[in-house]
Design a protein around this ligand. Structure first.
Ligand SMILES: [Zn+2]
Length: 193
């Protein structure tokens, strides 16, 4: 599997020359505090993850989650795991939430509570992959709503791929506004450019 290398931005896991904070995180500090990514989003993950997500190859959930479990084992333990929520329309189209399935496997392996009803996606946005970088940030604004108390909680957000991080950033900011104290991103793969 494609490795990310040891030197990465401590915030968003983007490879940086000395392992320093990347320019993007310096200029626009994201709502999340750190990121764990199991692998780089290169071959074969750029085939496997879409096959899992859009082709409903559910048997891939376990091997994908296992890479993240290995990395997350030694990380600070969150109070709660939350999956990146899908809009109900998107959930109906796809039939399952790929991030929820991963979060369930992580929760079980690491014995961290996982919840389904804490955040919801209230805005139907075009698939992020179809939008240029700036449009992603605009499209995702105010897309989430927090439904349960998260005050003082350390939360890990589970998602399949981090690209610009716009969705995770917006969700993290929404949770921080609701009182969460720390947000980590746990993703299967990170794009590196
Ligand atoms: Zn960064």
């Amino acid at each position: 599997m494609p490795q990310l290398g040891q030197l990465r931005c401590p915030c968003c896991a983007l490879p940086t020359p000395q392992g320093e904070r990347c320019g993007g995180c310096l200029q626009h500090p994201p709502g999340f505090d750190s990121t764990i990514a199991a692998w780089a989003y290169d071959w074969p993950l750029d085939r496997l993850i879409p096959a899992y997500k859009y082709g409903a190859e559910l048997a891939l959930a376990k091997p994908l989650a296992e890479g993240l479990i290995l990395n997350a084992k030694s990380a600070p333990r969150p109070d709660l795991l939350l999956a990146m929520p899908l809009h109900p329309t998107r959930l109906q189209e796809r039939g399952f939430n790929q991030s929820q399935l991963l979060a369930d496997l992580l929760a079980k392996a690491l014995r961290v509570p996982v919840r389904y009803d804490v955040v919801e996606r209230i805005k139907l946005t075009p698939p992020q992959a179809s939008l240029p970088r700036d449009a992603r940030r605009t499209a995702i604004r105010q897309a989430f709503r927090v439904r349960e108390a998260v005050s003082g909680m350390h939360i890990a957000l589970v998602d399949d791929v981090m690209t610009t991080g716009a969705s995770l950033d917006e969700l993290a900011k929404t949770l921080k506004q609701a009182g969460a104290s720390r947000i980590d991103c746990w993703v299967i793969a990170r794009t590196t450019n």
